[in-house]
Design a protein around this ligand. Structure first.
Ligand SMILES: NC(=O)c1ccc[n+]([C@@H]2O[C@H](COP(=O)([O-])OP(=O)(O)OC[C@H]3O[C@@H](n4cnc5c(N)ncnc54)[C@H](OP(=O)(O)O)[C@@H]3O)[C@@H](O)[C@H]2O)c1
Length: 252
């Protein structure tokens, strides 16, 4: 698995690109939205907490980045129609999409499978995989309108090797890897679209703190520090790379 931690992105790497980031209000998604905008992208900020998205919007504007857009959406309640309405709105506004970073995620509970609550299981699968799949289907025509589009799905180490007690989260990440491979194989012939996965690795966010409450966050890389691989994957320099798995951090 490749890692591009030392990638130095040119300042205008994403100039004139329109990139959707899900879960853009916090953690890794927030850092990615800010980094993409700093490299010239028009970023569509998608998430469920509008106040957080507005903060990121303001930060991008204050930094002099291209004017972003906010798209409020909660994967838990969203239906197929919402994704098609979204595609219509983005089509009217932008006419194409040059990238999607599927980043929104829910941890659920780390607990023995015997005690896993089925409703929570469904919720995690909805947010981490089912919602993103149907959103991707609705947005495919917009991605195909781009001469060079990159779709990045967020995985996890527990989506590549199963681990006790990680339940729905791990299963959703295995499904993410599987879906990305299937789609990558299907669109390979297009030559203008690529689909890959990224495993951020242990990163200093609220989700990580919830999963490992006893850990000292200061020992972890920040979301900002893991951005080189994200920038490389979403930008034009990864053209032709399709169906591969990436790590945002080198192995320890
Ligand atoms: N941090 C790590 O160490 C680590 C390691 C491996 C993989 N990952 C993956 O990296 C991605 C980002 O994680 P993170 O650590 O940055 O987590 P985070 O700080 O908890 O951020 C998750 C983001 O997803 C959004 N989100 C959650 N449920 C949603 C829903 N129903 N609809 C729309 N948006 C929703 C959150 O919105 P709100 O802010 O409104 O809640 C938040 O913006 C996730 O896919 C995670 O599985 C993280």
């Amino acid at each position: 698995m490749t890692c591009k931690i030392d990638y130095a992105a040119p300042a205008d790497l994403l100039r004139d690109r329109i990139i959707l980031v899900t879960g853009a209000g916090d953690g890794i998604g927030r850092a990615a939205a800010l980094a993409f905008a700093r490299h010239g992208a028009t970023v569509i900020l998608l998430g469920r907490t509008i106040a957080k998205l507005e903060k990121v919007y303001d930060e991008i504007e204050a930094a002099g980045g291209p004017q972003p857009a906010i798209y409020p959406l909660n994967f838990e309640g969203a239906a197929l129609k919402d994704y098609h309405d979204m595609a219509e709105t983005l089509d009217k506004e932008f006419g194409r999409l040059d990238g999607i970073l599927h980043n929104a995620g829910l941890l659920g509970r780390i607990t023995p499978f015997e005690q896993y609550n089925p409703e929570l299981w469904e919720q995690v699968m909805q947010v981490n995989i089912n919602g993103p799949i149907w959103m991707t289907q609705a947005l495919l025509p917009l991605l195909q309108s781009s001469p060079d589009a990159s779709v990045v799905f967020t995985s996890s180490s527990v989506g590549r090797k199963g681990r006790a007690f990680w339940g729905a989260y791990a299963v959703s990440k295995f499904a993410t890897e599987g879906f990305a491979e299937v789609l990558a194989d299907e669109i390979e012939h297009l030559g203008t679209l690529r689909v890959n996965t990224i495993n951020p690795g242990a990163t200093r966010t609220k989700m990580r703190a919830n999963a490992y409450p006893g850990e000292d966050p200061e020992t972890l890389r920040t979301p900002e520090e893991i951005m080189p691989t994200y920038l490389w994957l979403i930008g034009p320099e990864s053209r032709g790379v399709n169906g591969e798995r990436f790590d945002a951090q080198p192995p320890k």
